[in-house]
Design a protein around this ligand. Structure first.
Ligand SMILES: Cc1cc2nc3c(=O)[nH]c(=O)nc-3n(C[C@H](O)[C@H](O)[C@H](O)COP(=O)(O)OP(=O)(O)OC[C@H]3O[C@@H](n4cnc5c(N)ncnc54)[C@H](O)[C@@H]3O)c2cc1C
Ligand code: HEM
Length: 279
């Protein structure tokens, strides 16, 4: 099992002071086209994901495919793009929201080189969904707006990466952990006690913080990443996560992939090297 480091707070105070600005003509175009982009938001983002995964199937290793099926992620992206564009003259009000998204990105190892891929496909999706209504001037203005928003995320996330790596017990990328103990808390909740395979110090955290677990599950084509809150007292030499097993539900809704795998196959005292990767 390999996990990314805990999230970190207040990475944006400096970033928000130096946000790039859009030129006045482009700003007017963004304001004028916000309603049409909002109305077609989920249609655009659903199309965006199909387009992007076709061109970059490797990204299926980082996106939760269940969220694509349930529509959770296309909606979250549509709301975020609209919210950021609507506040493009002054991000300060929405920085706590952008920070939460940035923390999620950092925990998933989203890097600056990913942003042009998302930008190109988002603009392509806007063009293809809006058709003739998306004139070259409109696309050009949205390309600049995306550039401003992406720059905020990239710089904020860079600060988060630096802190996560340099804090006591911190690390970069994924780090392998051994399941030291597995404790059944109830019929559906099991706790996993995780110790770093390298035996070195681990970063402390404050209550509410989470880690991202990356699993390679036999028979699954792509890796699966999921977040779990740390459920033990901070300042110890292990992390504990308490995972609820997501069983199949009525109407043929399948079981949750990662929670079921953790409950059924990840055993106490065994380092699941067969199922793990390290970065
Ligand atoms: C910050 C954060 C902290 C978290 N902390 C915890 C924690 O401490 N403990 C914990 O247990 N979880 C936690 N979670 C949730 C966790 O990350 C996973 O989402 C959860 O374990 C389910 O993952 P899964 O792979 O088992 O389910 P997935 O495969 O991702 O499925 C998710 C749900 O969708 C259902 N589903 C599957 N297919 C469909 C379909 N076609 N239509 C409709 N529904 C479908 C599944 O039955 C399941 O209930 C946290 C999430 C976040 C973002
Ligand atoms: C301006 C650009 C972007 C915006 C507005 C944005 C917005 C969001 C939002 C709102 C979420 C949901 C956060 C949550 O659930 O708490 C999210 C999650 C995510 N983002 Fe981004 N994002 C952007 C760029 C990127 C890029 C460049 C990548 C990398 C390809 C990326 C990958 C992800 C992934 C993998 C998730 C988790 C989704 C899941 O698996 O369900 N994002 N993003």
């Amino acid at each position: 099992m390999s996990i990314t480091n805990i999230k970190e707070k207040r990475s944006w105070q400096e970033v928000v002071k130096t946000v790039k600005t859009l030129n006045p003509q482009k700003l007017e175009i963004i304001k004028a086209t916000l309603p049409i982009v909002k109305d077609h938001g989920e249609q655009i983002t659903k199309h965006f994901y199909k387009r992007m995964f076709k061109q970059h199937p490797e990204l299926l290793n980082i996106f939760n495919q269940t969220h694509q099926i349930t529509g959770h992620q296309p909606k979250a992206l549509a709301d975020a793009v609209y919210g950021a564009a609507a506040n493009i003259e002054d991000f300060s009000q929405i920085m706590p929201i952008l920070e939460r998204i940035g923390e999620k990105h950092r925990s998933l190892q989203i890097k600056p080189e990913h942003y042009p891929i998302v930008g190109e496909n988002l603009l392509g999706a806007i063009k293809e969904v809006l058709g003739d209504a998306a004139t070259p001037e409109i696309i050009d203005a949205w390309a600049d707006a995306y550039g401003v928003i992406a720059d905020v995320f990239i710089r904020m996330e860079n600060n988060m990466y630096k802190t996560a790596e340099t804090m006591p017990g911190g690390w970069a990328g994924y780090r392998n952990f051994v399941v030291e103990k597995k404790v059944k808390e109830s019929d559906v909740i099991t706790s996993f006690y995780l110790k770093p395979q390298d035996g070195k110090e681990i970063a402390s955290y404050i209550p509410g913080q989470y880690i991202t677990v990356k699993l390679e599950i036999p028979g699954e084509q792509y890796t699966h990443l999921r977040q779990y809150s740390l459920s033990n007292r901070p300042g110890q030499n292990y992390y504990r996560i308490s995972v609820k097993r997501e069983d199949p539900k009525v109407d043929n809704i399948p079981a949750g992939i990662v929670s079921t795998f953790l409950h059924a196959h990840v055993k106490r005292g065994r380092y699941d090297s067969d199922y793990c990767t390290c970065r």
